[in-house]
Ligand binder design. Structure first.
Ligand code: M6R
Length: 598
């Protein structure tokens, strides 16, 4: 949550560089935004405002600060409401230090009490504001800026990616603990940010900082050290995607663009990993993994739904598997024997998931990350990593990354179970073009129009379609702000049926014509008898259409890929409902893309 950026070496373009970078980080939070610039003057120039980056842009039109180095911030509130005062950057009493922060400073209250007693004046409710005052204290004691910055880092506890600039300074300092931070290296300019898109337009050369590291960026480039000032050698990586991939390419919303990108994302995920003739899957990342005795998945939100799907695949392969909500993992029984614990996380930075994986490591388990973001914290902390290769996802609502997670989980399960399932491999091969066909032919926009006044929405499915029902409901509620719940279809009659009325459409996913589909049709008859409208997502193999008011069709395919196709219809249904309600689709209220606090 929150996005931070810093830049030096851009001359007069520094302000625009910072604001541009913040607009690329807005998916991390959009409650307030601000910048601080330092030049030759004695004070730092800070501009900040409640609201989104566009509000900051408007404020800057009449009051542009200048400076050769600077930092910026876009906020997802944790301490104090989204006001101008709580917006970052925060300054010390003298106005000579400005700080931006992503994370939570757990001991801020005791530090604040101590600083107030020492005569410091605070202007915000934030935990962050202690940092510039700690730096100010160290400067007053005679420390130089870099030492003062380190001294402040040594006092704070919790999670942070922090950056600071000093009046008249010729450097930007940053440090990381449990929150993502990456440097961008260009000829003549250097950047720091919470995520690569912030500066990808300017450079593709990046350095991922690790916990406990401090970096100084200045006109000569960059230097990374430990908190104790020991130099650290860092590799410079090249990112493999273009800046254009983070633009909207003419779509009204990132989410719609990302739904449409799914065929390409799936092709990327599968490329070079499937040998259909030989009936095998090759995941270079795994180099012949021993078959684990059991698999535990840990994940949150959409990724948890993917994990539920993945657990079923492993169970089908005869390997006991279970999916856990990462935030509840600590209360679960320890993994038995040679169990593998798999963190499913698009961003690779979700605090709950990282914490569960650390717990698993502490319990002696091997860990594997299934993630989208190369160089993310999860990819560096786990023993192994499988990349889902979906490309950058900007919309807060996960769409293409869910599809790619499901595809990658298929590869992972097939590789672990030594492939062999030619039907599943064939279905994976056909999946990208089938997703394209669903997108091209979907009537979800028209169907959505019929239900804009619904009191609530229920999603039901069985087997692999159960996680899809959960995901359909999550997508709808997060971008429409309408009440929606997903259930295992068989559970409806055990309580939720009491809520079903003629004003609560039931979206039922029934694919194939097996027992699961037949039982789902039975559950649909139960809701139809209560006059609830039914929207069937189906491949036409069962007779669910007879009981449906509307049908969102998908092509007939393997049960594993049918779930992916059904989900595309649900994504479009949620998207078009939200669009017709005029919602803020890419930046739903109260949410953020990357949840880096527990
Ligand atoms: O980055 P992660 O996959 O770990 O994120 C976990 C959840 O916060 C995330 O899936 C969230 O539920 C989605 N953005 C909702 O669309």
């Amino acid at each position: 949550m929150c996005g931070i950026i810093g830049a030096i070496g851009r001359g007069e373009d520094t302000l625009d560089t910072l604001v541009h970078g913040l607009s690329k980080l807005e998916y991390r939070g959009y409650d307030s935004a601000g910048v601080a610039l330092t030049g030759d003057g004695e004070r730092i120039e800070i501009r900040k405002t409640a609201g989104e980056i566009d509000d900051l842009r408007a404020a800057l039109e009449t009051n542009r600060p200048s400076g050769r180095a600077g930092v910026g911030h876009t906020r997802w509130s944790t301490h104090g409401p989204p006001t101008d005062e709580n917006a970052h950057p925060h300054a010390d009493c003298t106005g000579e230090v400005a700080v931006v922060h992503n994370g939570i400073i757990e001991n801020y209250q005791s530090l604040r009490d101590e600083l107030v007693t020492a005569g410091h004046t605070f202007h915000s409710d934030t935990d962050t504001e202690v940092v510039p005052h700690l730096i100010e204290s160290a400067l007053a004691d005679g420390a130089d800026p870099e030492s003062a910055f380190r001294a402040a880092m040594e006092r704070i506890e919790g999670s942070y990616a922090i950056a600071a600039v000093f009046a008249g300074g010729d450097a930007v300092y940053c440090a990381r603990e449990d929150s993502p931070l990456v440097l961008g290296v260009d000829d003549g300019a250097t950047y720091l940010a919470s995520d690569v898109p912030a500066f990808r337009e300017f450079t593709d050369r990046v350095i991922y900082l690790d916990d406990g590291e401090v970096a100084r960026i200045d006109d000569d480039g960059w230097a990374v050290t430990t908190l104790a000032s020991e130099p650290v050698e860092k590799a410079v990586h090249t990112v493999e995607w273009d800046a254009e991939e983070t633009g909207k390419s003419g779509y009204d919303h990132y989410m719609l663009k990302e739904i449409h990108e799914q065929p390409r994302a799936l092709r990327q995920c599968l490329r070079g990993r499937v040998d259909e003739l030989g009936g095998t899957v090759e995941l270079d990342e795994l180099d012949a993994p021993p078959r684990p005795t059991a698999v535990q998945f840990v994940a949150c939100g959409t990724s948890y739904h993917a994990a539920l799907y993945g657990a079923q695949l492993f169970q089908d392969a005869g390997i006991p598997a279970q999916a856990f909500l990462a935030s509840e993992y600590v209360t679960s029984p320890p993994p038995a024997g040679d169990a593998l614990v798999v963190g499913v996380t698009q961003s690779g930075e979700t605090a709950d998931t990282l914490s569960a994986l650390r717990e698993a490591k502490g319990r002696g388990a091997r860990t594997l990350a299934l993630t989208n973001v190369v160089g993310s914290t999860v990819s560096r902390e786990c023993d192994r990593v499988i990349y889902i290769r979906a490309g950058p996802e900007i919309g807060v609502a996960a769409s293409k990354t869910f599809a790619s997670q499901l595809a990658a989980l298929n590869l992972f399960a097939l590789a672990t179970a030594n492939g062999g399932d030619r039907e599943a491999l064939g279905a994976l091969r056909d999946l990208p073009s089938e997703v394209q066909a669903v997108i091209d032919d979907s009537t979800a926009a028209e169907v959505a129009e019929h239900y804009l006044d619904a009191e609530g929405y229920f999603f039901i499915g069985r087997g692999l379609n159960y996680p899809v029902a959960l995901e359909g409901a999550l997508k709808l509620k997060e971008i429409t702000y309408r009440h929606a719940e997903g259930f295992a279809a068989g559970e409806l009659k055990h309580g939720p049926l009491a809520l079903v009325t003629r004003n609560t459409p039931v979206i039922a996913i029934a694919t194939g014509d097996d027992e699961l589909a037949r039982k789902t049709v039975g559950n649909v008859k139960e809701v139809e008898a209560r006059n609830a409208p039914v929207i069937a997502v189906t491949d036409g193999q069962s007779d669910i259409e007879r009981y449906a008011d509307h049908v969102l069709p998908i092509p007939g395919t393997h049960p594993r890929t049918a779930a992916v196709l059904a989900n595309v219809q649900l994504q479009l249904f949620a998207y078009h409902t939200a669009a017709q309600l005029g919602r803020s689709i890419d930046k739903p209220r109260n949410l953020a893309k990357s949840v880096t606090v527990e």
